[in-house]
Design a protein around this ligand. Structure first.
Ligand code: TA6
Length: 283
């Protein structure tokens, strides 16, 4: 079904509905499940997002790649048996607006609160995600507190980036910040980050922009209202334990996530709203 000249709603072979953008400046795919963008490719350039070759696009399961929306908690829940990274990424979001301008396309989706089991989140909240697609991608996740009490949540835009070789990839822009890893730290980050082992760092006080330097080019990542920056590569052993992830795929991906996690959780007073955003582009 056509929503605008460059935007249609389609269905995957596994029955998942997605918004397909095929414009003169970019191609993109956004699944209604999780409002998860899984493809963003500026015209004439390489894809800016990575998805596992082993992804099978099943209902009720986040896609291994693109930008999973982690909300209202990040990581493993302290409640036994609750899903990792919250419940927004498996909920069925509703397309709200599609606006096609000359050089950009605006797409917004909201998560109906009846998509979230009250046992996980018994609060009145509006959750809206906005995608601004041009030759770069901007993603804005806004939480509005419609409740009568202050809300506290953690969150991440869990972006998976491509690289032809993780061993030849570095991240610039985290120097001078501190990170916690595997529950240890904080440690100082003095130099560019390189990868030679499992990496699962949560940075605080990092500057708002990082650059991922890969053999295919430099990806600039900006973060807004993000007090945490998560940097992840599963490396050899964890890759073998991950679902929908080939043993050797750690070679060709990394995650750099705009987030508010651990001590950086968000406190939202009644009636207030908070927007976490990230932007990505080839430099
Ligand atoms: O953001 C890094 C991380 O928390 C890793 O520890 C790893 O668990 C990754 O997220 C993927 O989580 P997922 O639940 O999508 O497999």
């Amino acid at each position: 079904m056509k929503l605008s000249p460059s935007v249609t709603i389609e269905q995957s072979e596994t029955g998942l509905e997605f918004i397909k953008v095929a414009s003169e400046f970019c191609d993109a795919t956004i699944f209604l499940q999780g409002a998860q963008i899984t493809e963003f490719t500026p015209t004439g350039k390489k894809p800016l997002l990575w998805v596992s070759q082993q992804e099978d696009y099943q209902e009720g399961k986040g896609v291994r790649g693109g930008i999973p929306i982690c909300w209202p908690w990040f990581g493993v829940s302290q409640h036994e048996g609750w899903p990792a990274h919250g419940v927004a990424r498996t909920g069925l979001w509703r397309a709200e607006q599609v606006k096609e301008e000359e050089n950009s396309i605006y797409i917004s989706l909201s998560l109906p609160m009846n998509q979230i089991d009250e046992k996980y989140w018994p609060h009145k909240t509006k959750l809206l995600v906005e995608f601004i697609l041009s030759t770069s991608l901007e993603v804005r996740l806004t939480t509005t507190n419609l409740d009568s009490e202050t809300l506290n949540f953690t969150q991440a835009l869990h972006t998976y980036f491509p690289t032809p070789a993780i061993e030849e990839t570095k991240v610039d822009g985290l120097q001078g910040s501190k990170y916690i890893e595997f529950g240890e730290g904080p440690f100082e980050q003095h130099d560019l980050v390189s990868f030679a082992r499992e990496t699962d760092m949560v940075y605080t006080q990092a500057q708002d922009t990082q650059r991922i330097i890969t053999p295919d080019g430099i990806i600039e990542v900006s973060r807004e209202n993000s007090r945490s920056c998560v940097l992840w590569n599963p490396w050899i052993d964890k890759s073998k334990r991950l679902s929908n992830f080939a043993d050797d795929e750690y070679h060709v991906m990394l995650c750099l996530e705009a987030a508010n996690v651990l001590e950086d959780s968000v406190e939202l007073a009644p009636g207030d709203k908070h927007t976490l955003a990230t932007s990505l582009r080839w430099v």
